[in-house]
Design a protein around this ligand. Structure first.
Ligand SMILES: [Ca+2]
Length: 162
């Protein structure tokens, strides 16, 4: 039961557990969320469908999300070692790609990354393919916009754990 949602605020009412990403909650009634077990994954919890709106990053059982107006979509980030999650938009919104090893080219994610979460290891991020051009080194943490990442918006092309 990695993620549990309640129908009412403050963890009241009916509850349901999830193990996988949901891009839109259709019953329209999930108002509070709690991560039950974060050993295998952290969770991103959004106020709008399709991983849009405000995002809460929940990484431990002590970290309750005691409530967004509504929880409308959510997805896990695995705790592989190493692991980094790349996002199309700021605030961890939009499409996500999880990278777990050296990557010389990001393919369709090339020059599209705007925010980043590093869950394990230290990573070097590069402006060009094959670890070329300007680079930055990121430790585990959350980098919610291009200024925090430090490489420029829509610039990242390759990356590797150190
Ligand atoms: Ca680039």
């Amino acid at each position: 039961m990695p993620l549990k949602l309640w129908a009412l605020p403050n963890f009241a009412g009916a509850s349901k557990s999830y193990e996988f990403a949901v891009d839109e909650i259709v019953d329209n009634s999930s108002e509070s969320a709690m991560v039950i077990d974060t050993r295998e994954s952290a969770w991103l919890i959004y106020s709008e469908p399709q991983f849009q709106g405000e995002c809460d990053v929940v990484e431990s059982t002590a970290n309750l999300v005691a409530t967004r107006e509504r929880v409308r979509s959510f997805r896990p980030i695995p705790r592989n070692t190493p692991c980094i999650a790349l996002f199309e938009h700021s605030g961890y919104r939009g499409r996500m790609r999880v990278v777990t090893g050296p990557t010389t080219s990001l393919g369709e994610f090339n020059d599209r990354v705007t925010s980043v979460i590093v869950t394990s290891f230290i990573w070097d991020l590069f402006e060009h393919n094959d670890y070329g051009g300007k680079s930055v080194r990121l430790r585990p943490g959350r980098y919610r916009d291009p200024a925090a990442v430090g490489l420029g918006n829509d610039t990242l092309s390759s990356l590797r754990p150190t």
